[in-house]
Design a protein around this ligand. Structure first.
Ligand code: FES
Length: 272
């Protein structure tokens, strides 16, 4: 059992939880994720570690309400517990002094982007962050991203905060005036698909952090498989980060949508 020691409401659908997990807090690096089971019947939810405090022994996870298990998780309060947390899992982000790094985060993807922005900045890079959300309510962690960025561009689809526009517009603007040496792209699958088309068009080496369905998290079940550069790869052990230009996003999106009907039905039953 892991105890929740802090909670922050970012919006109606996005919540941050600080959870006791001392060994994970000590071992985690940027890019690592955990798999959480809220209770015996809970799905195994992969969540990237947004930040950690190795002294307090806590990790911070940012969760978006999507299905039943994520709703249960976001309804927990300090003092409550989750059944178990496995991690840190996956490959840590490759961090070095690339020069100028363009960090692109969409929606709840800004949470896993944060530790990468921090690590890239600490490695001596100039970091330009472009963060975007559908509206002001859904924009998270702006202040924390600003802390480690040389410049931040904020966009919302509806213009309720920052500039009105899509993340790709902010990316194009930066690329037009700066030489970008490396890009990091994290967000909803469809956003990553179009953002990676921008970096590919400009020949900018870029990585995307993929958010597939997972079950075991150890490379055995195949639930998280994706095609990268024509090869089958497993997000849980080979990723979650891959060369964005090589990812078959259409296949990933099709697989992600494969359980939508069941997810909706379960969510309806849960809220009844
Ligand atoms: Fe099972 Fe990756 S989650 S192989």
């Amino acid at each position: 059992m892991n105890k929740i020691v802090g909670k922050k409401i970012f919006s109606e659908n996005v919540v941050g939880l600080d959870i006791e997990a001392p060994r994970i807090a000590k071992a985690r690096k940027a890019g690592h994720f955990v798999i959480v089971r809220v209770d015996e019947k809970g799905e195994r939810i992969p969540l990237t570690i947004s930040s950690a405090d190795s002294v307090k022994g806590t990790i911070t996870l940012v969760i978006q309400k999507v299905g039943v298990s994520s709703r249960k998780l976001t309804s927990l309060e300090p003092g409550d517990t989750v059944l178990d947390i496995v991690g840190p899992l996956g490959q840590a982000t490759h961090v070095e002094n690339f020069g100028t790094v363009l960090a692109c985060g969409g929606g709840v993807g800004v949470a896993p982007l944060l530790p990468i922005v921090e690590a890239m900045k600490k490695a001596g890079n100039k970091v330009i962050s472009v963060i975007a959300a559908r509206n002001k309510e859904l924009l998270i962690l702006e202040d924390q991203i600003r802390e480690y960025s040389d410049e931040v561009i904020v966009l919302t689809d509806d213009g309720s905060y920052g500039r009105k526009g899509l993340i790709t517009e902010g990316m194009e603007e930066v690329i037009a005036r700066e030489k970008i040496d490396h890009a990091v792209i994290i967000g909803p699958g469809i956003m990553m698909k179009f953002a990676s088309m921008v970096t590919k068009k400009h020949n900018i080496p870029s990585i995307a952090s993929l958010n597939t369905i997972m079950v075991d998290g150890t490379g055995m079940c195949g639930a998280c498989r994706v095609t990268v550069g024509g090869r089958t790869r497993f997000v849980c052990v080979d990723g979650p980060e891959f060369d964005a230009a090589e990812v078959d996003f259409d296949e990933m999106l099709m697989r992600l949508n494969g359980y939508k009907a069941e997810e909706l039905k379960a969510a309806e039953e849960y809220s009844c």
